[in-house]
Design a binder for this molecule. Structure first.
Ligand SMILES: C[S@@+](CC[C@H](N)C(=O)[O-])C[C@H]1O[C@@H](n2cnc3c(N)ncnc32)[C@H](O)[C@@H]1O
Length: 489
């Protein structure tokens, strides 16, 4: 299969040890079972089931959109149909439960994929209950509906469904229609041999109303050697997850943090303005690397415009441009400048009124980062949407920019954001969910001053070790999180 077809079909094949582990999760594979593999590919699951003599070929049905896999699967003696599973499963009659078991590794194609773009309207009609966001989510919905009472489904899927806002409806549907037996979090290198690093998890569902005291087993194997499925175990009440904000599949049981998220009356963004930035439509043409001249900054000059920092300061048709994500906290020297004159501005895609912030001191939050990271923005700078968000305090006298930077870089806020969205791609809608705690004037000042101290030192020495100062900020915030819990109870 060529690379492009592989990408278009999301055809990344499951390693044999993963297929084996997934099959071992099934409880009742017996002579009455009828198993479906809704996107068979090279048939790894079926081969393994037949080799282990767990089922007879006539008990198995396989579907796949790709005609190229037909011969291979038919040779196994099972029933095979070439079809677009998501669109061509006869929905009027087929939402009759007909399979006792479903297993698979459905394609992970998101909204930007050609498949979803080309079939959006048709898919919307069928999958309106959970939304048309990712093919793997639609495969779960379809196959969950094809399962008979007490039937079992085991899928390996991208694990964005655990917290992302777009999958809230899917989580609600799963929680209400299935007992979630186990969620195994896999190491990101699991599909390395297929040329992709992706966070995946194996989900094992049983179709019935879950018993009130049922606990979901989260098996965290993310740091295990490949093939080792004995991970750190967390047991979480399914009923409790239905009470979590947006029904996130959060498993660390930090009740304090959950309480703060659900109960804080005020949100951080109530005290901020700004957020979304702009796009140039052609970075190569309109951006330049900044040359600080006196400092030993390595510039990769290949194919890049260069502009002297001195010239930007003089307002010479350029502005500083924050366009990078990453884990830099508190302060990072801006790397890019953007052309800025009446003519070019017309070409940029930006919200009206962004220039109202040019005299204000803001801070950047990385949109792509493994830990929540905030840092001082350059006054008058512009910023690129997605990779960086820029916010400005509405009342900087009472709540200085340094306060927000210290708060967001703290350990508790890093943990809070992971409950809201555990992936490395943070959106404004996630930031909107962060709570504001009721800090005393003294603590607010302490956080702000410590944060400013860290920034001032990083400006002088980019390798400044601020761990102990960060810890002192963390301590103040943790005190409030605990206090908050007491107030609530
Ligand atoms: C991630 S691969 C999994 C293959 C195999 N089950 C495995 O785990 O090794 C996804 C498979 O889904 C198939 N596929 C993609 N879109 C499909 C669709 N809409 N309907 C049916 N099959 C589809 C691809 O051809 C590919 O074989």
């Amino acid at each position: 299969m060529n690379k492009q077809l592989k990408k278009d079909l999301g055809a990344f094949y499951t390693p044999a040890h993963t297929a084996s582990y997934m099959i071992s999760l099934f409880n009742k594979l017996n002579e009455k079972a009828k198993l479906l593999e809704p996107c068979g590919g090279d048939g790894i699951f079926i081969k393994s089931i037949l080799n282990k003599k767990l089922l007879k070929p006539k008990q198995i049905e396989v579907w796949d959109i790709n005609l190229q896999v037909e011969k291979n699967i038919k040779n196994l003696g099972v029933k095979f149909t070439v079809k677009d599973t998501l669109l061509e499963t006869n929905l009027k009659s087929s939402f009759q439960p007909i399979f006792t078991h479903v297993i698979g590794n459905p394609p992970y194609l998101n909204k930007q994929s050609l498949y979803i773009k080309n079939n959006k309207n048709k898919l919307k009609k069928i999958y309106k209950e959970i939304g048309v966001n990712d093919t793997y989510a639609m495969f779960i919905y379809l196959c969950g509906n094809l399962l008979s009472q007490n039937g079992e489904l085991v899928f390996i899927i991208s694990d964005t469904y655990r917290t992302l806002g777009i999958h809230k409806k899917l989580r609600y549907w799963i929680l209400n229609n299935f007992t979630i037996k186990e969620i195994t979090l896999c190491p990101p290198s699991l599909f390395k041999d297929s040329g992709t690093m992706i966070q995946t998890s194996i989900i094992h569902l049983v179709k019935n109303k879950f018993p009130k005291n049922h606990k979901i087993k989260f098996n965290d194997c993310r740091k295990n050697e490949l093939g080792d499925y004995k991970g750190k175990i967390w047991m979480v009440s399914q009923l409790d997850i239905l009470k979590y904000p947006d029904y996130v599949f959060y498993f660390k049981n930090n009740i304090n943090l959950l309480n703060v998220l659900t109960s804080a009356n005020e949100k951080l963004v109530d005290f901020l303005e700004g957020g979304l930035g702009m796009h140039t439509t052609n970075n190569k043409q309109y951006l330049a690397l900044i040359d600080y001249k006196d400092e030993n900054i390595q510039l990769n000059k290949k194919n890049k415009n260069i502009v002297l920092f001195q010239n930007i300061k003089q307002g010479n048709g350029w502005k500083i441009y924050h366009k990078t994500g990453g884990n830099n906290k508190y302060y990072k020297k801006p790397k890019y400048a953007i052309k800025w004159n009446k003519e070019v501005i017309k070409k940029y895609k930006m919200l009206n009124g962004l220039e109202q912030y040019k005299e204000k001191q803001g801070f950047i939050i990385s949109g792509v980062c493994s830990s929540l990271s905030a840092r001082l923005a350059y006054k008058g700078a512009m910023w690129e949407s997605n990779k960086a968000m820029c916010f400005f305090p509405k009342n900087p006298r009472k709540y200085p920019v340094y306060f927000f930077i210290g708060l967001l870089n703290s350990k508790p806020y890093n943990e809070l954001i992971k409950i809201i969205n555990h992936t490395n791609s943070i959106q404004i809608r996630d930031i909107r969910k962060l709570p504001m705690l009721k800090f005393s004037k003294k603590d607010l000042k302490q956080i702000s001053q410590t944060s400013k101290f860290i920034i001032d030192n990083l400006k002088k020495n980019y390798a400044f070790d601020f761990k102990k100062y960060q810890n002192s900020i963390n301590k103040i915030i943790i005190k409030y999180i605990k206090k908050y819990e007491k107030q609530k109870s």
